[in-house]
Design a protein around this ligand. Structure first.
Ligand code: PMP
Length: 388
């Protein structure tokens, strides 16, 4: 595992005068805090003896039933609560899954770029991460087929394809519906389990949510979900939906990792979903993030010099910006921070050292006027950089 080289700079980046387009922090200040407080109080007064007691490693059955209702919003209508394992954020589900499936030297396929903490999880279990290129339509099936063939010829053991198909972190790209089937089919034929990590799927700016890959491939896909972006990350409630044989192993791994999930936060989430207008609040979140996304894309279009390019997300938190060859976004970060704007350099989102000319920009946390200000500052830094 590699400590983030830019962590020291992030300490600086959290100063109030700096516009941070770096962190992927949800806008929790948009939560109705009184309603959260009332729910938590209700859980303690009415069900304290359960909420404060140990529970099962698989998670509270009532919450698992509600999670099935949430997944139905993305077309997963056949999920049974027995196939759901509640975890401490979806991050823990990914850790447990890797622990169960991956031996040292095994290959995990991922998009390039991919979610940085997933790379670290795979590294913790000594997996070899191999990237499959993406374009504007997401992971390329042709490139996946080539990569699988090459790895088979090398005798590599390929265990997982880890994908964030909807509003990807860090690129903001969504895998098209027609490619979803192709990707699953290629993996099925190669005996590779697909891990669909989907924390952003319900944060669509264009209407109905995208149909999950798992909806059409219950045997071939493990789905990871989370309340971190649709409710609050501090609760640490996520889940995995898996075929029965995988579920049983995940529960065993969860027992050894954590004994019991927090009953307290599980019951709080369950009661919150049962008693609050969560679907309405999601609509509000989508509007809030869409306004910030528009502020970012609009200002990028006005301000960024020729030769730069960026993605145009239809949901989620992130834009992926690429500068002309020769620019090193990691070296440029110190100058950006001096200009009071922060981003995440692109190299950390690859296991193979690529991404040096790219960066991840998040619009999720600062209000729209701060997003605009941040992008203006960044554009000045980029123009200076290119003039050097
Ligand atoms: N996967 C992706 C793609 C993410 O962006 C994140 C959060 N940044 C996670 C997983 C982890 O989320 P959780 O809080 O549910 O552990």
């Amino acid at each position: 595992m590699i400590a983030s080289e830019v962590r020291a700079l992030f300490a600086v980046a959290s100063r109030p005068e700096i516009v941070s387009l770096a962190g992927g922090m949800p806008a929790v200040d948009a939560l109705p805090m009184e309603a959260v407080a009332a729910t938590v109080a209700d859980v303690v007064t009415r069900r304290g003896a359960v909420a404060l007691q140990y529970g099962s490693a698989q998670g509270d059955p009532e919450l698992r039933a509600r999670i099935c209702d949430v997944m139905a919003l993305e077309g997963i209508t056949d999920a049974h609560p027995d196939s759901v394992v509640v975890t401490a954020g979806s991050q823990q589900a990914l850790d447990l899954l890797t622990r169960v499936f991956v031996d040292p030297g095994d290959v995990v396929l991922t998009e390039g770029p991919t979610y940085v903490t997933a790379i670290n999880t795979f590294a913790a279990y000594q997996a070899r991460v191999v990237h499959v290129p993406m374009d504007d339509e997401g992971l390329s099936p042709a490139a996946l087929a080539q990569t699988l063939a090459r790895l088979a010829a090398d005798g590599a053991r390929v265990k997982l394809l880890y994908t964030v198909p909807t509003f990807q972190n860090p690129a903001g790209i969504t895998l098209t519906p027609s490619r979803r089937g192709e990707v699953v089919e290629l993996c099925r034929r190669a005996g590779v389990l697909v891990v669909e990590d989907n924390p952003y799927g319900l944060l669509s700016f264009t209407g109905a949510p995208t149909r999950a890959m798992r909806a059409d491939a219950p045997e071939d896909v493990v789905y990871l979900g989370s309340f971190s972006k649709t409710l609050a990350p501090g609760l640490r409630v996520g889940w995995a939906l898996a075929p029965p044989a995988v579920t049983a192993r995940l529960v065993l791994a969860a027992e050894s990792a954590i004994l019991s999930q927090s009953m307290f936060t599980q019951l709080a989430v369950e009661r919150y979903l049962a008693t609050q207008p969560w679907a309405e609040q999601l609509k509000g979140l989508r509007e809030l993030y869409r306004e910030r996304r528009d502020a970012m894309l609009g200002t990028l279009a006005e301000q960024m010099p020729a030769g730069t390019s960026w993605t145009r997300p239809d949901g989620g938190f992130f834009v992926w910006l690429t500068l002309p060859d020769g620019v090193d976004t990691k070296a440029m970060l110190a100058r950006a921070i001096a200009a009071r704007v922060a981003y995440v350099p692109g190299r950390g989102f690859y296991a193979d050292g690529s991404g040096g000319t790219s960066m991840r920009l998040s619009y999720c946390y600062p209000p729209a006027d701060r997003v605009r200000e941040g992008v203006e500052r960044l554009a000045r830094v980029v123009r200076d950089e290119l003039a050097l």
